[in-house]
Design a protein around this ligand. Structure first.
Ligand code: SAM
Length: 254
């Protein structure tokens, strides 16, 4: 398997590039890469390139690369925007790691009446590191965008254009796959909402009932925030992938 390394300045890089600090350490110490090894560098904005390690300088640590032709990948056909309550502590990074691997394109932390955790100083930097590692792991050339936190009211009143589908994780919601598949038909953007540990309040549920959102059940168990976020994202990415395959012309038919 080709190792992926993050090179945010790839667009302006010619045939030579140097990795320093975290990325250099990741390449040499964690991945044990050596001169002559070929890696894939990516910038998180759709650009990738094959690159060969030409030199490793020990102090300060630097990994020199010879970069080959770049490729620019189209953004995902449908944006998947996860808006979620923040789980506590390390479970935030677990959630972001997994939903990034699954293919979200955007993340917004949402404050609810019963929210316990809020965005803290350093969250953005910590999350960014997680997103980079998850993109490497899942070989995703587009890194999710992290937006500022918002209140539920802002999420509800966000202008929704044609092609925007809203799905809300709720244990008593819809569980028939056919209904969820139908609601995702032709979606250009899917907005996912996951509530806090204490659940949605009655008034929040009443407000959500008046939006053009489908409440989706993810099974009978009460899931933690991050489990619900991962399950809902997996349901959506799988359903979208399946509908794209089915909408392709059958090459075998006359
Ligand atoms: N005591 C809360 C309640 O009963 O609503 C539990 C909230 S749960 C820990 C956190 C969030 O995960 C919920 O607000 C909901 O969005 C989502 N969730 C949990 N279990 C779910 C399920 N089985 N189906 C769909 N969403 C679920």
């Amino acid at each position: 398997m080709t190792h992926w390394l993050y090179l945010p300045e790839l667009a302006s890089t010619g045939t030579a590039a140097v990795l320093v600090e975290t990325e250099a350490a990741h390449a040499v110490r964690a991945r044990r890469l050596r001169v002559g090894d070929v890696v894939c560098v990516f910038d998180g904005a759709g650009r990738t390139a094959a690159a060969r390690i030409s030199e490793v300088v020990k102090r300060p640590l630097e990994v020199h690369l010879t970069v080959e032709a770049q490729q620019h990948w189209a953004p995902p056909a449908a944006r998947i925007h996860l808006a979620s309550a923040l789980p506590k502590g390390d479970r935030q990074t677990t959630m972001l790691d997994m939903v990034t691997q699954l293919g979200i394109t955007d993340f917004t932390p949402v404050n609810f009446e019963r929210s316990i955790s809020r965005v803290s100083t350093g969250s953005q930097d910590r999350w960014r590191r997680v997103l980079i590692e998850s993109c490497k792991q899942s070989q995703r050339s587009w890194m999710p965008l992290v937006h500022s936190s918002m209140d539920l009211g802002d999420w509800i009143s966000d202008p929704t254009d044609d092609g925007v589908v809203n799905l809300v994780a709720h244990k008593e919601g819809e569980s028939r796959n056919t209904v969820i598949e139908e609601s995702l038909g032709g979606a250009k953007q899917v907005r996912l909402l996951v509530g806090p540990e204490g659940g949605f309040s009655e008034s929040e549920l009443a407000r959500l009932d008046h939006t053009q959102a489908t409440l989706v059940s993810l099974g009978e168990g009460v899931l933690r925030v991050e489990a619900a976020a991962v399950a809902l994202t997996a349901l959506v990415t799988r359903t979208l992938a399946d509908s794209r395959i089915r909408s392709q012309p059958d090459k075998g038919s006359a």
